[in-house]
Write a new protein. Structure first.
Length: 139
């Protein structure tokens, strides 16, 4: 009996090392998964912030069209696809707003750029009661 125990003394160490290896693999997988999730969440928040800045650019364009006759005339006379109304910064995001006249509607496209992120927002604007209003947003 004493010889059998002496021969199996290393098996407990082998099982312990295997269990430790499995735990290390599981913990490394959990770490990699959580890190990937955090990076994905950061990218989503950055993209969302840039899209919000693009929408703010469209809202600012409508406010400028209501306050300034020259901006409204420029938007109403926009027949090409690349008629830029203005460029501005919303927070730390660069925003450019483009206009295009289509029938009785004006299409305002806000384009936000920040680092590698880029987003667009398109607002359909109509004149109602002497003021320009955003009729609806295109996604």
């Amino acid at each position: 009996m004493n010889g059998i125990l002496r021969g199996e003394r290393g098996m407990a160490s082998v099982f312990g090392l295997c269990a430790l290896g499995i735990l290390m693999i599981v913990s490394a997988t959990m770490y990699a998964t959580s890190r990937n999730h955090m990076l994905s969440a950061r990218r989503f928040l950055a993209r969302d912030a840039v899209r919000n800045a693009a929408e703010d650019g469209v809202r600012l364009a409508v406010a400028r069209m209501n306050a300034d006759v020259g901006t409204a005339a420029k938007a109403n006379g926009a027949i090409s696809d690349r008629e830029s109304l203005f460029k501005t910064k919303v927070g730390d995001t660069a925003v450019e707003v483009f206009a295009r006249k289509r029938g009785d509607e004006i299409l305002l496209l806000g384009v936000g750029n920040k680092n590698e992120e880029r987003a667009r927002a398109l607002g359909i604007v109509k004149k109602s009661g002497g003021k320009y209003i955003i009729e609806h947003w295109e996604r």
